[in-house]
Design a protein around this ligand. Structure first.
Ligand SMILES: [Zn+2]
Length: 361
């Protein structure tokens, strides 16, 4: 028996004129279908509500038109990428987004539930990163922080006044368990996280980084500075610049940098400006999800500097420092996963129709 076909969740159908309908609006995933007879066009308009072939067949039978126009319609849509052969089980905003992104050529994350991310540094920014990852479906989060909740950690979505002075890790655990009960917050001994997100203020402590390099664990620094937050580069030991490479580059520019960095490492956190805190958490979680999904990672050998003064992050590429000895190879030369920043050009406009289909502009 032929496989049944279903419309991807999130796809909407719009009437354009008799015989011509449009599925979706974004030119990256939308398509115009013309040459439809009135029955086919009526069936297409019902497709988002009915979901797929089984219910469309029932609907067609009730109309008294039989299954033939259903077959013809779905055959017409076969090359659009908008049909799948498994009924979509979940239909939340993330599912709908990634289904349509898949039409636009981005792989749909299928294994987030099996992923494990360790977030080290659970100030308000780190807590938000953890919350985004949990909400986006990362199956297991491990939390690390030795500090206690301070005044700068309090926010309506963060720690509460009653948390003051209590261990951040313990309170973050409680908040995440309440907000995302499906996310595991513990792991069997010896579990290797897929990624470690390091949230730090001033400078990343080399003592924290050393075991990550030794154990070959990918890590993504999220560094709070006075006027910005630096996200990245994603360090995959041996595959690109490491955090020591960055320090050596900075020392090339300022020979006294190591003295300053040492003092920064031990200095108390200063909190993060409100809009910057959200922006940085979103950027960090965005790239962390790209890592666990196995999608292209913009920060494979680059960082994004986000600030409260300008909405676009500053993109900065980093090279392996010749004096580091970390063995890093430029990932843009070796790894297929590295991606480049997108330009301001909009995606493809109308393309020539094939068999009565075209992409709307
Ligand atoms: Zn290095």
């Amino acid at each position: 028996m032929a496989q049944r076909r279903y419309l991807r969740p999130g796809a909407q159908v719009f009437w354009r004129r008799p015989g011509e309908s449009q599925i979706g609006v974004d030119p990256r995933c939308a398509v115009v279908v013309d040459g439809l007879d009135p029955v086919e066009q009526g069936l297409l308009e019902q497709l988002p509500r009915l979901g797929g072939e089984p219910d469309l067949d029932v609907y067609a039978r009730e109309l008294g038109v039989g299954r033939a126009p259903v077959r013809r319609l779905l055959d017409r849509l076969a090359g659009t990428g908008l049909l799948v052969t498994q009924p979509p089980l979940l239909d939340g905003p993330d599912d709908r987004y990634w289904h349509l992104a898949e039409v636009a050529g981005h792989p749909r994350p299928l294994r987030r539930g099996e992923a494990c991310v360790l977030v080290r540094g659970l100030d308000l920014l780190g807590l938000r990163v953890a919350r985004i990852l949990a909400q986006a479906g990362v199956g297991r989060l491990l939390l690390e922080d030795d500090a206690v909740v301070g005044l700068d950690d309090l926010a309506p979505d963060g720690y509460r006044g009653s948390d003051l002075g209590h261990p951040r890790r313990q309170q973050a655990f409680r908040l995440l368990r309440a907000g995302s009960p499906m996310t595991a917050l513990t792991a069997p001994a010896g579990t290797r996280p897929d990624l470690v997100v390091l949230v730090a203020h001033g400078a990343v402590d080399p003592v924290v980084v050393r075991p990550l390099v030794r154990d070959d664990l990918p890590h993504l620094p999220v560094l709070v500075r006075e006027l910005d937050v630096v996200v990245g580069p994603l360090v995959r030991p041996g595959q690109g610049p490491c955090l020591r490479c960055l320090d050596l580059h900075r020392t090339d520019d300022d020979p006294r940098w190591p003295a300053v960095a040492t003092q920064l490492t031990g200095s108390p956190p200063t909190g993060v400006e409100t809009s910057l805190g959200w922006l940085a958490a979103a950027v960090a979680a965005h790239q962390a999800l790209a890592v666990v999904d196995g999608r292209g990672v913009l920060l494979a050998s680059a960082s994004l500097e986000v600030s409260a003064t300008y909405p676009l992050p500053r993109y900065r590429e980093w090279a392996v420092h010749p004096a580091c000895g970390c063995g890093g190879v430029d990932p843009t030369e070796t790894a297929a996963e590295a991606v480049r920043p997108e330009t301001e050009e909009s995606p493809s406009s109308t393309t020539a129709g094939i068999d009565g289909r075209s992409r709307p502009s």
